[in-house]
Design a protein around this ligand. Structure first.
Ligand code: PLP
Length: 359
């Protein structure tokens, strides 16, 4: 299938380029949400009693999608909550390596909890900086977003894999919120120990859902000193980390949406989805470069994410909105992104708006 756009409701006069802010939900899944909500709140129905089994099936779907073991997967309402749970389970003297100006809800909870930390600069030599810092400063944890929310800079996944091989004791925490869904992940092979993501952007699932995957190595480290008493009967069979990552009851509508979207992406085939996005991304990169709208060195990178920060005065933001271009001011420019529902026509229309507007 190549006409992915037909799976979504996008009015003719809108060019939806704001997936990096919030992604669209497929039409069939919006319908499913309405039907399921009605069934769930039907007094005579039994969906409410199936909460546990339902969440297990959601986690199974996510685990298969990223090639993780089912018992490595925990549901979370978003990335930030999952990260905070990770941090609360690490020794207080843990030392972190961070990227300058990474997503605030990644850096802030680490810094504000008083963990020792240092930064590497966020530029096109990112991998080089990380490698040298790991070698010389010997942090215990590297925590980073795989795709940067302002610039779209994407860390090379093969680099992380090699880094982990050379430094097996380094705990790698990766935020995949701006990555997964535009691209696939093989968690087992990635070298990443803790991978967390929110589902409302590239995973097309709306708010209130996300997950975290935890490697066997990370499981040995997290909540190592937790004081365990005998588990209450109602918690029999639950593993310790699930009590931290999944305290209380969760919203099955939100997580069911994530399951449906992942099933859809799986049935479309992630390799085909990735190809579609990458083709559009590389055409867009060339066109933007011709117009000097992006830093030329960014396109020399091996992995180019579909998220662009166009170097356009933010005063032009209302102009783009007026033309139906859904985008967002970020950093020093205007952020746009291409997902599977975008196509060459969207790009052509955007370029025309830029050219005619003499931007
Ligand atoms: C890089 C990155 N990570 C994570 C998130 C979202 O995290 P949360 O849903 O916990 O706010 C965003 C949202 O903009 C993001 O850009």
């Amino acid at each position: 299938m190549s006409n992915y756009k037909s799976l979504f409701e996008i009015p003719e006069d809108i060019i939806y380029l704001n997936t990096a802010g919030s992604g669209l939900i497929p039409t069939a899944i919006k319908r499913w949400r309405g039907e399921r909500d009605a069934l769930f709140f039907n007094t005579a129905g039994d969906l409410r009693e199936q909460q546990g089994a339902f969440m297990n099936s959601v986690k199974e779907t996510i685990a298969n999608f990223i090639n993780a073991e089912r018992d490595q997967l925990y549901a979370s309402s978003n990335f930030s909550t999952a990260l905070i749970t990770v941090l609360n389970g690490l020794p207080k003297d843990t030392e972190f390596l961070l990227l300058e100006a990474d997503y605030p809800s990644l850096n802030f909870p680490i810094i504000s909890r008083g963990f020792k930390h240092s930064f590497v600069p966020l530029d096109t030599q990112l991998e080089q900086h990380i490698y040298e810092a790991v070698k010389t400063r010997k942090p215990q944890v590297l925590a980073l977003s795989l795709v940067q929310y302002i610039s779209g800079l994407q860390v090379e996944l093969t680099f992380l894999q090699a880094l982990k091989q050379e430094f097996p004791a380094l705990l790698i925490i990766a935020d995949g919120t701006q990555y997964l869904g535009a691209a696939a992940l093989d968690f087992a092979q990635s070298g990443i120990d803790i991978f967390a993501a929110s589902g409302y952007k590239w995973l097309l699932s709306g708010y209130g859902n996300g997950f975290v995957a935890v490697s066997a190595y990370a499981k040995e480290i997290l909540y190592r000193d937790a004081k365990m008493t005998a588990l209450e009967k109602m918690w029999e069979g639950r593993d310790l980390l699930s009590l931290y990552f999944e305290p209380g009851h969760t919203d099955t509508l939100a997580h069911g949406t994530l399951q449906k979207s992942i099933e859809l992406l799986t049935s479309l085939g992630m390799p085909a989805v990735e190809r579609h996005i990458q083709n559009l991304t590389s055409t867009a990169a060339q066109e933007f470069q011709k117009r000097h709208l992006i830093a030329p060195e960014l396109s020399l990178r091996k992995q180019q994410s579909p998220l662009f920060n166009l170097q356009i005065d933010q005063a032009k933001y209302p102009f783009f909105l007026e033309k139906g271009v859904k985008c967002f001011p970020r950093g020093k420019g205007i952020r746009i992104a291409f997902h599977l529902y975008n196509d060459e026509q969207d790009l052509e229309r955007l370029l025309k708006i830029i050219d005619n507007g003499k931007i």
